[in-house]
Design a protein around this ligand. Structure first.
Ligand code: KG4
Ligand code: ZN
Length: 352
């Protein structure tokens, strides 16, 4: 059983073919990120236009890489939310058109739920992937951390889960992106702050951890604390414009601020994950979403969880079609209802 997965919720245009929910056959991703860098964040209008240009070549590439034509595809899965409305629309319309023209069942997919499914891939035929040895067992505790989401979810089984906690303001990836802007580091902030932090002292500054209810997160206070710290470091007050900070901060100060911020942001995620682990004693713990690519998150989790943890390939942490196709496979395998290809709609604020 093979599913084509399509993902266009943000700046990546992605398509992939997955077999039986475990084997990646073809994975094509292109990103309009270069067009957004000068704006310091994704510009929805530019992202949507780029998807229009890229969607057909990306789908064709995924099929070619998988060595199949439409006869070898049993269903189409597509991200219908959460994400940018104009971007989601391109993927959903492409998937609906394919489903109707090629007579395939169609599955509308929740992007955040799909991120966790990168962990169910154990085999890849394209070269260059480091895959998990086996699929995670249930109950499964999932830390889902991206540019739009920070949440802890307890899965009892496929399609049977409880949201334990979420962020009440910024997502952790968003905090990385905003701190990168304050320090004059390139977008996306996760990798650039992580790289700068390698040269810094993570204990140089004492940044605050938010007090939230049990498994909830909050990152906007931390981001503001970084801004105030940067202003104080150059001897200015809160009225100093953040856009002028990068040229006044030394490379040493930037590295120490990046390292201290990263330590506290990641510690917050790990504190809550360890507490949830102790309360629910799951069979497996997984991390998912763009921030799951963070080496610091992996290091702290390995150090503090009394449980070994397997990670998805870095290329499967950020947005991709493989996670969408994998969840589509499980929907088909578990007889979940398919979507109507003439009416499937986007939902930019879809939650778990
Ligand atoms: O899952 P994703 O590709 O898109 C969303 O659904 O949001 O996640 C993108 C986010 C960005 O905020 C980016 O800064 C962060 O993931 N990110 C990282 C790393 N790579 C990407 N954060 C920390 N460390 C990384 N290596
Ligand atoms: Zn994502």
């Amino acid at each position: 059983m093979r599913v084509l997965g399509i993902e266009t919720s943000c700046d990546e245009t992605a398509a992939a073919v997955v077999e039986n929910g475990c084997r990646l056959l073809g994975n094509a991703v292109t990103s309009s990120i270069d067009l957004h860098i000068r704006y310091g964040g994704v510009v929805p209008e530019i992202a949507a236009r780029s998807h229009i240009e890229a969607i057909v070549p990306v789908i064709e590439q995924a099929l070619r890489d998988a060595g199949t034509d439409w006869n070898g595809i049993d269903a189409v899965a597509v991200t219908r939310g959460a994400g940018l409305g104009g971007s989601l629309l391109i993927g959903v319309l492409a998937a609906r058109t394919i489903a109707i023209a090629k007579h395939k069942p169609l599955y509308g997919i929740n992007h955040v739920e799909a991120h966790t499914y990168a962990n169910f891939l154990t085999d890849a035929s394209p070269p260059g992937y480091t895959m998990r040895a086996q699929q995670p067992g249930f109950p499964m505790l999932a830390l889902i951390v991206s540019g739009g989401h920070s949440q802890l979810v307890l899965f009892r089984d496929h399609f049977d889960y409880t949201l334990l906690g979420r962020t009440s303001d910024d997502a952790v990836g968003e905090a990385f992106d905003k701190v990168a802007k304050i320090l004059g580091l390139p977008y996306p902030g996760g990798p650039s702050v992580g790289k700068k932090a390698l040269d810094g002292d993570p204990f140089k500054y004492n940044l605050p951890k938010a007090h939230t209810s049990k498994y909830d997160f909050s990152f906007s206070g931390l981001k503001t604390a970084v801004l105030r710290l940067a202003q104080a470091e150059i001897g200015e007050d809160f009225t100093f414009p953040s856009k002028d900070l990068p040229q006044r901060l030394s490379e040493r100060q930037k590295a120490d601020i990046a390292a201290s911020f990263q330590r506290v942001a990641i510690e917050t995620l790990v504190d809550k994950t360890v507490s949830a682990y102790e309360e629910f004693r799951p069979k497996s713990v997984i991390i998912a979403g763009g921030v799951a690519a963070s080496p610091e998150l992996r290091r702290q989790l390995s150090e503090r969880l009394p449980h070994s943890i397997s990670y998805p390939d870095l290329k499967l942490c950020t947005d991709n079609g493989a996670m969408v196709a994998t969840l589509g496979c499980f929907k088909m395998l578990r007889n979940q209802p398919a979507s109507d290809p003439s009416t499937l709609d986007i939902n930019p604020s879809l939650s778990m």
